[in-house]
Design a binder for this molecule. Sequence first.
Ligand code: COA
Length: 260
Amino acid sequence: MKFKNILLDKELPLAIITINRPEKLNALNRETIQELHHAFDHCDQDLETKVIILIGSGEKAFVAGADITEFAHFSVEEGGKLAAIGQEMLFDFVEQLSTPVIAAVNGFALGGGLELAMACHFRVASHNARMGLPEVSLGVIPGYGGTQRLPQLVGKGRAMEMIMTAGMIDVERALEFGLVNHVVSQEELLAYCKKIALKISNNSMVAIGQAIKAINAGFKNSTNGYAVEIEAFGACFGTADFKEGTSAFIDKRKANFKGA
Ligand code: COA
């Protein structure tokens, strides 16, 4: 398979997917999201691939978020669609994959990057990783499942604080929060993930697929928080604060929010 923004390496029984836009800190544009969908789907169909590891290219970032330049001028309707399509195509898709997916968080995992890491089945980070959901600093909210998966993983109060402050946490804090399962050096990260993946691959893949389904089922509520997130995310696109937040990022200046 040929991709422009990602690399797919098969080291059977493992597959390694690398998001490969290091000059943009691996920010997720529309094309990258589509390519990731195809790569995950392909690996899931391939019975010889038993575990997938997802990592970012370069030494600085796993993924620094959704590509801000792509959505800065979106309307309310386009904003809602962006979240709905992205969630279905990538984030929910990865979470529900029957092939296990490990996120190797090798640097910044911010916004959509942390949301993608959280959609993976579990996370291992390198010491230099920094994690956060900075969306409210741009006048928007997490739209790729972050308002749902962060509280599931770290608890409601910690998620509230992380989302409201838009701050980043280091790996010691992420480990304490249960957001990542292990922390290792950057050099060791991929080898460490492969070791866990090989251990998983000795087990019954049918049983693991069923376990993933059962574990995920326990987190589905009767009120669909993801749908509420999509609507609230879209509503942000109609605010002056959103226009100010995204223009400030693009112009490389501090945002001056008016609260409207
Ligand atoms: N979308 C689009 N471009 C992004 C991006 C994003 N989410 N994150 C980083 N980039 C781009 C930068 O614009 C820059 O591009 P340029 O060289 O063409 O100007 C390049 O990636 C390198 O990033 P830079 O900001 O120069 O690196 P830094 O080391 O100074 O800062 C971060 C690193 C992660 C703190 C900073 O890039 C950042 O705050 N990114 C946005 C994070 C965010 O808000 N994500 C949530 C999106 S919803």
